[in-house]
Design a protein around this ligand. Structure first.
Ligand code: PBG
Length: 324
């Protein structure tokens, strides 16, 4: 054959493939989610997330130092709230001495340059396990937004660099921005979970924080996974309201949404490779059905190729080690 173009020329060796690779992962791509518990010297493996832990504050700080040393520059904090502190309004969420507030201070104190992001939603603090305040079986919007503003300002006060509302209430980004402006926190960023779908892939996370909804599901506030145009609408509204970074969640089953949003917006786009996605790779790897390490890098590279500038992933450390 006499061929004018032979595509296999650029696939011949690892060196050529590396030279023409369109997507390269770096430690700068990752946000490491962190689960925090009360106590000291405690490390609990999450049953449905083998190899991932919930840690007391002392061990959390040590973990963050390790992440920083590996080149991972950002953590996203989640806390497990004690049952006796849970109520309908999530009051503990803006306790200045709460676990989250103490965690923010401890991490910023130990590693001032680390970009500390915090989850903003009422579910870990809610006696109902819902992201908002419940009245007559309904998750009410506007009263919840007021609580989320208090929570965000409290995180900013403790030293959070970026608050990350994951609740999907209407109007919360604008209200939080206004709340931060009014209290003088003009340097605090907002990472909006903009296109957050009502997904079965959050199951293991709810085990980690003991935050599964006590009744019903989250479909009246999180998005229907059948929808695409709605993701653009949610994201554009969050940007208009003041989001600095937007997020698509989950990641692997939503690569089309990541790409469409990346092509539409002028702010950084993040994706959350969620707990169920972690669990699937771990489980199949453990069974010997897939090569876990290869699956990690292929998945994260695909999420970045789809358009994610940042990826929140439980594989952040593994990925950095594998990239060597
Ligand atoms: C809380 C929150 C959830 C996740 C992040 N923030 C759970 C939920 O919405 O039910 C899921 C993260 C994961 O599964 O890794 N609003």
């Amino acid at each position: 054959m006499y061929l004018q173009r032979r595509n296999r020329i650029l696939r011949q060796t690892p060196a050529i493939r590396a030279l023409v690779a369109e997507t390269n992962l770096t430690p700068n791509d990752f946000i490491a989610p962190i689960f925090i518990d009360e106590g000291s010297n405690i490390q609990t493996e999450i049953a449905s997330m083998p190899g991932y832990y919930r840690r007391s504050l002392d061990l959390t700080v040590a973990d963050c130092k390790e992440l920083w040393a590996m080149g991972i520059k950002s953590v996203l904090l989640f806390i497990k709230c004690k049952d006796e502190l849970k109520d309908n309004k999530g009051t503990e969420a803006w306790n200045p001495d709460g676990l989250m507030q103490r965690a923010i201070k401890a991490i910023k104190n130990a590693i001032p340059e680390m970009v500390v992001m915090t989850d903003v939603a009422l579910d870990p603090y809610s006696e109902y396990g819902h992201d908002g305040i419940v009245h007559n079986g309904e998750i009410v919007n506007d009263e919840t937004v007021e609580a989320l503003v208090k929570m965000s300002v409290s995180h900013a006060q403790a030293g959070a660099d970026i608050v990350a509302p994951s609740d999907m209430m209407d109007g919360r980004i604008g209200a939080i921005r206004q709340g931060l402006e009014e209290t003088g926190f003009t340097k605090t960023g907002i990472l909006a979970y903009s296109a957050k779908y009502a997904s079965c892939f959050y199951g293991p996370f709810r085990d980690a924080l003991d935050s599964a909804p006590g009744f019903g599901d989250k479909k009246t506030y999180q998005m229907n996974y059948a929808n695409r145009i709605e993701a653009i609408k949610e994201t554009m509204m969050d940007i208009e309201e003041g989001a600095d970074i937007v997020m698509v969640k989950p990641a692997m089953a939503y690569l089309d949404i990541i790409r469409e949003i990346k092509n539409t917006v002028d702010v950084p786009v993040s994706a959350y490779h969620v707990s169920g996605e972690y669990a699937m790779i771990k489980a199949a790897g453990k069974m010997g059905w897939i090569d876990e390490n290869k699956a990690i890098i292929e998945s994260l590279t695909s999420i970045k190729r789809a358009g994610a500038d940042l990826i929140a992933t439980y594989f952040a450390k593994d990925a950095v080690r594998l990239l060597g």
